[in-house]
Design a protein around this ligand. Sequence first.
Ligand code: GDP
Ligand code: IMO
Ligand code: MG
Length: 422
Amino acid sequence: MYVDVLLGLQWGDEGKGKIVDFIADQYDIVCRFQGGPNAGHTIIIKDKKYVLHTIPSGVFRSNITNIIGNGVVIDPITFEKELAALDQAGIEYRSRLMISKKAHLILPTHRMLDAASESSKGESKIGSTLKGIGPTYMDKTGRNGLRVGDIFLPDFEKKYTILKEKHLGLLKLYPETSFDLQAEEEKWFNSLAEIKGLKSINGEYYINDELKAGKRVLAEGAQGSMLDIDYGTYPFVTSSNTISAGVCSGLGVAPSKIREVIGIAKAYCTRVGSGPFPTELDNEIGETLRRIGHEFGATTGRSRRCGWIDIPQLKYTIMLNGVTQIIITKLDVLNTFDNIMIGQKYISNGQLTEEMPFDIVSNPVGIEYSEEKGWNSDLAGIKDFGSLPNTAQEYIQKLEGLLETKISIVSTGPERSELIVL
Ligand code: GDP
Ligand code: IMO
Ligand code: MG
């Protein structure tokens, strides 16, 4: 029938996992279309916490099919661990988790290359999750990569060895990093059995056939639009198209099949890793946001940098994605703030602007803020918009006006049911 997209409008960790899990019951199929185990999507159901890296966040709904699309890069070792965690939690997924044969594989030597490249960059490092994402996408576009479908071919090991040898040659260009390749290779080959045990599909045919049969598909983004390889804060980005355009190439569906584009943003802003962050609060307020919001990476455990919400940044990503509705998460994190700032405009080369300049890496922008009143009260248990404190309602309405896009859900806590549908 149609494909709806849910994706991050900031630098990742907007709460995609929580919201996909919540809205998944309105769909038949949930798909990941890009990224890989650099993602960490947290889902909290009652008092149980799950973190997914490769598996779509629809997996906790027993009637939903989950597809890892061709645009995703898979590390069989991480994937095996994710499956084991689901097994342990008693989640049955085997009949409804499928992998596109065209998804690329992350080899142990891709992770070695990631680490070597980062350490060679010194101060200017990207702050990569070191999951091998960049080198794997480089091999994909360089036409050297290995894909899930290759695992089933008789000459797979030969193909693997050729690629590994190429990587070992490249690694000679870098200072040595410590990595037990033999041990990692052993784990890697063992974990391929898990992928083989699941259904590998021609994802593009599967999804289009299901759409023809009237099924509703949700595409789940990973990372955030400001980490997009083309439009993010390059070079401090990831290596895939994280914006809605990536859905078409990452699943094999046409633009005409896309209905809603749901953009998700925190009520403030965070970034993990290096790179520009115009509204960053490198001070006590940022520290308070980090503490209250538990802003530590779901994949790497690193502290996330925190700052105020940034309107020019959001308007930029709303434009790039064609966002039709917005979800605001973590409103509760602002509960104790007397005043809340909104980054309204950039100051670039002495001029006020609402546009994202070409380069904010070597030419950082200043910010013009407006000051809003906080609500200084707990939002727990509030289920309808009208019951929110007036100033909280005003904050949401103000964002809606500034972003010229309707806000459809406000999330007020990490648990599945802690949200307000508008
Ligand atoms: P994702 O990568 O976009 O799925 O987001 P992460 O899971 O990396 O990070 C979001 C974090 O915020 C997780 O720890 C969630 O459990 C948590 N979270 C999500 N929504 C809310 C919310 O509305 N309020 C609070 N306090 N926490 C939330
Ligand atoms: P989710 O899906 C936040 C960041 C890294 C680094 C840059 C490049 O959980 O929102 P990479 O490993 O891709 O080479 O890292 O991108 N990054 C993320 N930041 N959330 C993510 O995913 C991220 N995935 C990558 O910190 O700055
Ligand atoms: Mg995350």
